[in-house]
Design a protein around this ligand. Structure first.
Ligand SMILES: *[C@@H]1O[C@H](CO)[C@@H](O)[C@H](O)[C@H]1NC(C)=O
Ligand SMILES: *[C@@H]1O[C@H](CO)[C@@H](O)[C@H](O)[C@H]1NC(C)=O
Ligand SMILES: *[C@@H]1O[C@H](CO)[C@@H](O)[C@H](O)[C@H]1NC(C)=O
Ligand SMILES: *[C@@H]1O[C@H](CO)[C@@H](O)[C@H](O)[C@H]1NC(C)=O
Ligand SMILES: *[C@@H]1O[C@H](CO)[C@@H](O)[C@H](O)[C@H]1NC(C)=O
Ligand SMILES: CC(=O)N[C@H]1CO[C@H](CO)[C@@H](O)[C@@H]1O
Length: 446
């Protein structure tokens, strides 16, 4: 019986061993570096048929995995997700904007990750500091000159451009690209994701024109196979089996993580999508000076609160600040921005939905039963709010000052953890700036 099991093991796993002898086998530039396999190949180590045109990687002297994009833009590969078909890159020199000046994806098989929310930018070289002008690109500065990036949609007459010269236009990229030194790209061709999901091997087909998905390479079985069934082989096979199983489990964990990670980035929605998410704005949650909040549902059973901004004043900078800063903040005590909508003049912000309403309801509307939450819970809530504020003041790249802290703007999740929301009146200030002058009262009474 045990011999039979062993034999089955051998039949199942010997193809894996034989596949290991193929010259197109998976490689790495360094331990823990991204795996290189079809459609990618290591262009200095593997023959051309191992990869798909345009998917050439190489290992540089410091064992980094390098992808060369048109035209001569060399970026280091951080991760490759073969199932979702995307690749994460960064600039080893820490100045991605400079690389973006020369990037032209139309001549490569790759596309930007969030293709429906790309922004073109115009770069200006300015001899004075213009605090409100846009993103500063520190790595392009020279003494006495700062370089600013401005969304090309909005730059024309709204910014003070005296003492600035326009130096470049950058073709559209996702908004976060400029401050994260990360470039996420995806590829649609060749389509191997379905093959990867099944744990099969994707490769060029025999005509070298398309791809094929094979479960295992062909092997020739002969009567002499039994001779290989030595105890040693079996032990080795068992290790191959168990380690490949562990690898698969790890892979699944990573896939899950990447899926969640993608959901962490705010998505851009069209107005039509917002209408659909909110089911024609059917469930109103609240209303304020800023606009109206509706309950909504994303396709994957996630509930959201959609704030449709109505008194949209100014040049959109406030909206950009909210999306650009709050969108990047992840703190348990700060409400999360899931997405946003900027469709013509219509602007909306999409936040995570918290089921237990605002703190105000529990403190003020509990009627005769005072302190329905209990002192312990109230203390936890107060501490949570303080942590959230502390994080906004000290923990982010840019200090965020809130001017509208009140029970109304503290939401509670199902465990009554507090989350700060409503940044409509918040102000951003630089770390060095010590004073912010505020003369008028802001916000609504609460
Ligand atoms: C390759 O290795 C060198 C040497 O450490 C490093 O400076 C460079 O940034 C690496 N990356 C690229 C894309 O050349
Ligand atoms: C790169 O890898 C090779 C072999 O794997 C190793 O000998 C070499 O020291 C590595 N170089 C660096 C800079 O880590
Ligand atoms: C990008 O490259 C394509 C062809 O390689 C060319 O037609 C196009 O004009 C280029 N775009 C830019 C912005 O340079
Ligand atoms: C900005 O202008 C100054 C003065 O002309 C120049 O020295 C500097 O290189 C410019 N910066 C960029 C990024 O072009
Ligand atoms: C390869 O090409 C031949 C002739 O062009 C065609 O008959 C065959 O179906 C092709 N095979 C594949 C797998 O595409
Ligand atoms: C008071 C109140 O509304 N509590 C609810 C908070 O959220 C959890 C989970 O949704 C509910 O079970 C509670 O009833």
């Amino acid at each position: 019986m045990s011999i039979f099991i062993c034999y089955m093991f051998f039949l199942l796993f010997s193809p894996l061993l034989i596949a290991g002898l193929d010259d197109c086998t998976t490689t790495w530039c360094s331990k823990g570096g991204p795996t290189i396999r079809f459609p990618f190949r290591n262009k200095f180590q593997q023959p051309e048929h191992c990869g798909y045109p345009g998917f050439n990687l190489y290992c540089n002297k410091s064992n980094e995995t390098v992808l060369e994009l048109p035209f001569s833009v060399k970026l280091v590969v951080k991760k490759i997700d073969y199932v979702s078909q995307n690749i994460q890159l960064y600039d080893p020199d820490g100045c991605l904007p400079q690389k973006l000046l020369y990037l032209n994806l139309s001549a490569s098989p790759f596309h930007h990750f969030l293709e429906n929310s790309l922004y073109g930018r115009v770069l200006f070289n300015c001899s004075t500091t213009n605090r409100n002008m846009g993103f500063i690109i520190p790595c392009l500065a020279v003494p006495g000159y700062q370089v600013y990036a401005i969304y090309s949609e909005s730059y024309t007459d709204e910014y003070p451009l005296t003492s600035c010269t326009k130096i470049h236009e950058i073709s559209p990229v996702p908004w976060y690209t400029f401050d994260q030194n990360d470039l996420h790209l995806k590829w649609l061709e060749p389509y191997c994701g379905h093959c990867e999901v099944q744990g099969k091997i994707c490769s060029l087909d025999t005509n070298k024109s398309g791809t094929q998905c094979t479960s295992k390479p062909k092997i020739h079985r002969s009567g002499t196979i039994g001779a290989f069934l030595s105890v040693g082989t079996l032990v080795a096979l068992y290790y191959v089996y168990s380690s490949s199983r562990i690898k698969k489990e790890n892979q699944a964990t990573i896939e899950k993580f990447l899926e969640d990670y993608r959901a962490l980035k705010p998505t851009r929605f069209s107005y039509a999508e917002i209408t659909k998410i909110t089911n024609q704005f059917s469930e109103k949650l609240g209303e304020g000076g800023y606009g109206t909040v509706y309950k909504g549902k994303l396709s994957n059973e996630i509930y959201v609160a959609v704030k449709v901004l109505n008194n949209f004043k100014g040049n959109g900078e406030e909206f950009i600040i909210e999306v650009g800063t709050i969108g990047r903040i992840h703190h348990v005590n700060v409400v999360r921005l899931v997405g946003y909508c900027a469709d013509g003049f219509r602007r909306a912000l999409v936040y995570e939905f918290l089921p237990n309403d605002s703190l105000e309801k529990f403190i003020f509307r509990a009627g005769s039963k005072r302190n329905t939450l209990g002192w312990k819970k109230l203390q936890d809530i107060a501490l949570g709010i303080a942590k959230g504020i502390e994080y906004l003041h000290q923990g982010c790249d840019q200090q965020i000052l809130l001017f509208d802290i009140k029970p109304h703007n503290i939401l509670l999740d199902h465990n009554f953890n507090p989350k700060i929301c409503d940044f409509g009146l918040a102000k951003l200030c630089c770390k060095e700036q010590s004073g912010v002058s505020m003369t008028a009262a802001r916000g609504t009474i609460g």
